[in-house]
Write a protein that binds this ligand. Structure first.
Ligand code: ATP
Ligand code: MG
Length: 423
């Protein structure tokens, strides 16, 4: 409720109305085709999960778990539940619960609402939508490369040219532990520059400090010891293999050694696609390898890599580049006056729809003139005008809306006539 007592949507959670939703449908269609062409299958998991799932997977010392989760107690049984802040944890929970990774691999995707209690602004909402893509069971960096190739391909399909790809390697647990020691030492020597958030995280998870958005800490963070310097042969081999593939395929990237991602579960390859067109909400799609999470949630060593793409941010970017389509128009509007004429018009509408046309029929008791205005508003290419005379003579008046021209056609020829004029 707002302060005048009117019921409104919850702050930061937006309605997507018809003048926008057609863009979503358009984008989702492209996305579905694109995912299909890489052999990904759709998975749909609940929006609400056991709170422990997120704490265990995302990590206790992260922005999401510390301050962004919608957690509540189920009033009926006291269970602690959470609106999902991201989709990977739920997907892996489902994959484990249904043994989908038993002796095989999986390539999965989903699109859905995610919830984070953040300060709403352009490109940042409390309910938002992610497209999530997860490739499970693949060990070597070829899949890391395909995951990048496919995103690059999506930008091409959409006509987006200048998203910057940033990559990094987060190594393994032991390598991160050594780096962690060095980081703590470095930050202790610069304790005055740390903000409270950073001080709180210093000993629990200093890697998180690198993820700070505080401008006063950027200089400090940029000179911090780099994880890449602590990587062993295996991690470096994986990282170099990935980079070599990308280079061979002509995909440009920037190595950003500060890139650590906002969740704890990543190892080895991490990446973000960044734009400078959306202010500080510049990351459109982001992800990486999260092998340790599979073991954590399933109790069995395995491999996983994935990414999440912010649908709202992608749509904002497409709007920025004027790459969104025009609102779909109606092919045919049927203007008619009640009684027997309606049934005659309905039969005609059915025939036309069965042949692939979009047809809207008038059901309101208004003049032909007003109906033609409606047809114009829907950008109909053709309006069929049917009055009692037309019914009596088995005819239809076909009006071409752009050309201001009309023609009386026998109803038995109408389909062929329209096909020859519209197609
Ligand atoms: P940011 O640094 O912008 O907060 P993040 O690291 O928290 O992003 P991820 O958890 O990696 O984001 O989520 C993947 C993608 O989901 C982001 O790159 C972004 O496009 C989108 N996203 C994340 N949080 C929001 C939000 N609150 N509103 C809209 N989109 C979001
Ligand atoms: Mg965030």
């Amino acid at each position: 409720m707002n302060n005048k007592g009117k019921l409104t949507a919850v702050k930061g959670m937006n309605d997507i109305l018809p003048n926008e939703s057609y863009n979503w449908l358009w984008l989702e269609n492209i996305i579905r085709e694109w995912l299909k062409s890489y052999g990904y299958e759709n998975i749909r998991t609940p929006i609400v999960e056991d709170t422990r799932l997120f704490i265990r997977s995302i990590g206790e010392v992260t922005d999401i778990v510390e301050k962004e989760m919608y957690t509540f107690s189920d009033a009926l049984n006291g269970d602690s539940l959470t609106l999902r802040p991201e989709g990977t944890a739920g997907t892996l929970r489902a994959v484990t619960e249904h043994s989908l990774l038993y002796n095989t691999t999986q390539k999965l995707w989903y699109i859905g609402q995610m919830f984070r209690h953040e300060r709403p602004q352009k490109g940042r909402y409390r309910q938002f939508h992610q497209l999530g893509v997860e490739a499970l069971g693949f060990a070597n960096p070829d899949i890391d490369s395909e995951v990048i190739i496919m995103q690059h391909d999506l930008w091409n399909r959409l006509g987006i040219k200048d998203l910057e790809l940033q990559i990094n390697c987060l190594g393994n647990k032991e390598e991160r532990a050594k780096h962690k020691e060095a980081l703590i030492k470095y930050f202790e020597q610069n304790i005055d520059i740390l903000d409270n958030d950073a001080k709180n995280r210093l000993y629990k998870n200093p890697l998180r400090v690198l993820d700070t958005k505080n401008p006063d800490m950027q200089d400090l963070v940029s000179h911090a010891p780099k994880l890449i310097e602590y990587l062993g042969t295996d991690s470096l081999k994986h990282h170099n293999g990935w980079k070599a593939n990308l280079k061979a395929l002509g995909i440009n990237f920037i190595e950003n050694h500060q890139l650590v991602r906002g969740l704890d579960y990543y190892n080895l390859s991490v990446f973000e696609w960044v734009t400078n067109k959306l202010g500080s909400q510049g990351t459109v799609s982001a992800g990486g390898r999260y092998d340790p999470l599979v073991a954590e949630l399933s109790g069995k060593e395995n491999y996983a890599i994935g990414f999440a793409l912010g649908m709202e941010r992608l749509l904002l970017l497409l709007a920025e580049y004027k790459l969104l389509p025009a609102k779909p128009s109606v092919d045919i509007y049927i203007a008619s006056v009640g009684g027997d004429v309606t049934i005659y018009a309905m039969r005609l509408a059915n025939t036309l729809r069965a042949n692939g046309f979009t047809v809207v029929q008038n059901f309101v008791n208004i003049s032909f003139k007003a109906q033609l205005k409606k047809a114009d508003n829907l950008f109909a290419a053709i309006t069929l005008i049917i009055g009692e005379n037309e019914v009596k003579n088995n005819q239809v008046m076909v009006k071409f809306m752009q050309q201001q021209r009309q023609e009386l056609v026998d109803v038995k020829n109408i389909l062929e006539f329209i096909k020859s004029t519209i197609l």
